[in-house]
Design a protein around this ligand. Structure first.
Ligand code: TYC
Length: 103
C-alpha cells in the first residue's frame, strides 16, 4: 500500500428490508333496523369518535350503504370490528362491520 492509498473499510452493516405492515380498513354497513343514535354511540365508544364525526360516518353509511370508519393495523381493526358487532348483537341489532386490507 503506497502513501496515497486509502484503506477502505468494507461495508459490513446490512440493513434488512422489512415489508411495511399492511393497513386495514374497518367498514360500517347500513341496515334497516339499527337506530341511528345507537350507531353513533358505538362509533363513539369503540372508535373514540366525536359526536360530529360519528354522525357523519353514520349518515354516509345510511345514504351510500357503507363507510370506512378507520384505517389501522390488522389486529386493531379486527378487535374493534368484533367489539362493535358484539355491542350491537347484545342489543339485538344486526349492525355489521368488516375489515379489509387497504390497497
Ligand atoms: N339505516 C338505519 C335507520 O334508518 C340507521 C343506520 C345507519 C344503520 C348506518 C346502520 O351503518 C348504519 N335506522
Amino acid at each position: 500500500m503506497s502513501d496515497n492509498d486509502i484503506a477502505l473499510k468494507p461495508k459490513t452493516k446490512v440493513t434488512p428490508k422489512l415489508d411495511k405492515p399492511k393497513l386495514y380498513k374497518v367498514i360500517l354497513f347500513n341496515d334497516d333496523y339499527t337506530p341511528r343514535e345507537f350507531v353513533i354511540m358505538v362509533l363513539k365508544a369503540v372508535f373514540r369518535m366525536s359526536e360530529e364525526a360519528g354522525y357523519k360516518v353514520m349518515m354516509t353509511a345510511h345514504k351510500l350503504g357503507s363507510c370506512v370508519v378507520v384505517v389501522c393495523a390488522k389486529d386493531i381493526a379486527e378487535t374493534k370490528a368484533t367489539e362493535a358487532i358484539d355491542l350491537a348483537k347484545g342489543m339485538g341489532f344486526p349492525l355489521m362491520f368488516t375489515t379489509e386490507p387497504e390497497e
